[in-house]
Design a protein around this ligand. Structure first.
Ligand SMILES: *Cc1c(COP(=O)(O)O)cnc(C)c1O
Length: 366
């Protein structure tokens, strides 16, 4: 019988802060495809693999951190979880709260959430609060709220989130046989870049600033090296590139529309300790990369996800991609979450034909 993937806690329990008898709330997250992208490899002159995180249960990598955060809440008496969200955190928190039998409260920036993500929070029964402000305002509010009430904060400032998210790096090393030379990913609140860096290091027998314990030092290393971390922000929401907070972040890539990343220090450490960089790309470059992923690799991602590939293509144009390097690009979320942006001004008003094969062949030019 084929092996059934059991979710990241069951698969990687010895490297996560969970004992054998601790409760686990899982929807089978992780075990996502790592796809070799031939056309993109040719474009940049390297071996490029795409880690397709949109294949997670709620359609983004957030599920990796949500299984760990919500499982940890199940060890306590707390009955309510809360998060600020650009969309995917709320979609994931709402689903895992259902699986755990908890109530979920979501603080969202009004009008800045893709329709698919909003639909997810609603169908999973989350309590929604829309704020006339941006994500950073929402995070401030939810932090104050959870400080004062018995409500668990499940944003990535919750260290259990990064613990779960680090497993994506484990999967990549398990699939490739060692760490890649370079890892490229979008950076918003900067939790994910910090988590990947932690995962790669722990698999190489080292710890990072974000590590919760030093168990990795006592385990047999799985990888012989760690990659350079290349982070990509959106042009109008690039605090880590500019070196200062951005008060009114703007980008079409709503999942990375963040001006004051919570994991700022961890992300800088990942960048500097890996001798990598964090750069920015325009919305046009992001949309172009989204098209390339869809039309040349067969992978439909949401705009924020395409920032990684946009950053890689830009780096190649600048001569920064070492020839033949093994590169992994994380694409963070599923394209179906935001079809409006993907379609743009495509005219969907098809003129119907008569229901005959001959008429269909004529349209197809056959
Ligand atoms: C959350 C999210 C990001 C940003 O990740 P951070 O950990 O906040 O840097 C990027 N893309 C998608 C699709 C996301 O949901």
């Amino acid at each position: 019988m084929a092996h059934q993937w059991r979710g990241i806690i069951a698969e990687y329990r010895d490297r996560l802060p969970f004992g054998d008898d601790d409760p686990v709330v899982s929807l089978g997250e992780g075990g996502t495809p790592l796809v070799y992208a031939r056309a993109i490899s040719q474009r940049v002159g390297a071996d490029v693999h795409i880690k397709v995180e949109g294949a997670n249960p709620t359609g983004s990598f957030k599920d990796r951190g949500m299984t760990t955060a919500i499982s940890q809440v199940k060890q306590s008496d707390v009955q309510v979880v809360a998060c600020a969200s650009t969309g995917n955190t709320s979609a994931s928190a709402a689903a895992y709260a259902v699986a755990a039998g908890l109530t979920c409260a979501v603080i969202l920036p009004a009008g800045k959430i893709a329709a698919g993500k909003l639909a997810q929070a609603i169908v999973h029964g989350a309590q929604l609060v829309a704020v006339d402000g941006n994500f950073d305002d929402c995070l401030r509010i939810v932090r104050e709220l959870t400080d004062e009430h018995p409500v668990a904060l499940v944003n990535s400032v919750n260290p259990y989130r990064l613990q779960g998210q680090k497993t994506a790096a484990f999967e990549i090393v398990d699939a490739l046989g060692d760490a890649p030379d370079i890892h490229v990913l979008p950076v918003g609140n900067a939790g994910n870049i910090s988590a990947y860096w932690m995962g790669y290091n722990e698999y190489a027998g080292k710890t990072t600033l974000a590590s919760m314990d030093d168990s990795a030092l006592h385990m047999e290393p799985v990888a012989t090296k760690v990659p350079q971390m290349w982070g990509v922000q959106a042009w109008g929401a690039a605090p880590l590139v500019l070196g200062h907070v951005v008060d009114n972040p703007e980008t079409i890539a709503t999942a990375i529309r963040i001006g004051n990343p919570a994991s700022w220090k961890y992300a800088e450490a990942a960048r500097d300790d890996s001798r990598g960089w964090i750069d920015r790309v325009t919305d046009e470059q992001i949309l172009q990369a989204q098209k390339i992923l869809a039309a040349e690799a067969g992978i439909f991602v949401e705009p924020a996800s395409a920032a990684s590939v946009a950053g890689l293509i830009q780096a190649a144009e600048q001569g920064k991609v070492p020839e033949g390097a093994t590169i992994v690009c994380t694409v963070t979320g599923n394209g179906l979450k935001d079809t409006a942006t993907a379609l743009g001004d495509v005219d969907l008003d098809f003129t119907p034909i008569e229901p005959t094969t001959a008429a269909a062949m004529e349209v197809l030019g056959l």
